[in-house]
Design a binder for this molecule. Structure first.
Ligand SMILES: C[S@@+](CC[C@H](N)C(=O)[O-])C[C@H]1O[C@@H](n2cnc3c(N)ncnc32)[C@H](O)[C@@H]1O
Length: 265
């Protein structure tokens, strides 16, 4: 682990190029949400690619993801079908790609975002002629590499009984993040906290190769894991650094106040 030059680093650059530099079999858990190709206004990415090109680009990212994971390592992929009238089953396309690469599709978690009150599209209102179903949820597709079991010392398993019972029910009601930190699609911390606690041991390495403003890195740090954060945007990476510095300063202040070692936040 000490040989991993990316450990606890914020890396700016292209996902495929940077991932190629991460050593084989070195990451325990990858959590990510790629651009959905729906025309979002990212700092440094065209979110309107030809769909075939988009899939082939992400196919090369999945290949690197598999290579860097340790045996038993997990890949938690957040994705949702896009389009309402012109439905695009992007989640099926991704899972097919990953299964072809030999990853085992372990489960899917439904992230219910509780946003139905904001809906604007109904299709044929009150008529069965062509009504719309609006996706009010996203998926976390969970894959494993080379078997299901992640090796780890049980003294480093830090999930509580209540958390384990709650998270093993695969329907998670978590509102979307309101505090966007200048990013169009940040993760809510609660979502990442659950994935990290459920799927990794303390001290493990957690990667987000489309890291945005650093929610995965931040929660990994707060929960005593190591992180690797990659994003192409310098702007988003500056925000990630700022968020991590704030947490580090809070920990230092607590240490100063209590005269003891930093505590888990
Ligand atoms: C859906 S967002 C991820 C947001 C993140 N989950 C968060 O909590 O902030 C996708 C991210 O992919 C990044 N991105 C797009 N193309 C990239 C590339 N070629 N290499 C690395 N990152 C890229 C974008 O800058 C964007 O921040």
């Amino acid at each position: 682990m000490k040989n991993n030059p990316f450990l606890n680093q914020i890396i700016t650059g292209d996902v495929v190029e940077k991932m190629k530099e991460i050593p084989n079999n070195s990451v325990h858990l990858t959590i990510t949400s790629p651009p959905y190709n729906v025309g979002k206004n990212y700092d440094n990415h065209n979110d309107n690619m030809d769909y075939g090109e988009y899939l082939s680009w992400l196919g090369s990212v999945w290949k690197e993801t598999k290579r860097v994971l340790v045996p038993g390592g997990r890949f938690c992929l957040n994705i949702a079908p896009t389009g309402i009238k012109d439905f695009v089953p992007i989640h099926h396309d991704f899972s097919n790609q990953l299964r072809k690469l030999g990853m085992k599709f372990r489960t899917e978690i439904v992230w219910y975002k509780q946003t139905m009150l904001r809906r604007t599209a109904w299709g044929s209102w009150k008529s069965p002629s062509n009504p719309h179903v609006v996706p009010s949820w996203e998926y976390i597709l969970v894959f494993t590499k080379d078997g299901d079991k992640l090796e780890g010392n049980h003294t480093n398993a830090d999930i509580t009984t209540e958390e384990f019972k709650e998270y093993s029910d695969g329907h998670w009601k978590i509102p979307p993040e309101i505090n966007r930190n200048g990013h169009p699609a940040p993760f809510p911390e609660e979502l990442i906290y659950r994935l990290i606690k459920f799927y990794s041991f303390k001290g493990n390495i957690v990667l987000d190769m489309f890291g945005g403003t650093g929610t995965v890195a931040l929660v990994a740090f707060k929960t005593g894991r190591n992180f690797i954060h990659v994003d192409i945007s310098e702007e988003y990476n500056k925000t990630t650094k700022k968020r991590l510095d704030e947490i580090r300063n809070q920990l230092k202040l607590r240490e100063y106040d209590s005269g003891s070692k930093p505590q888990k936040i």
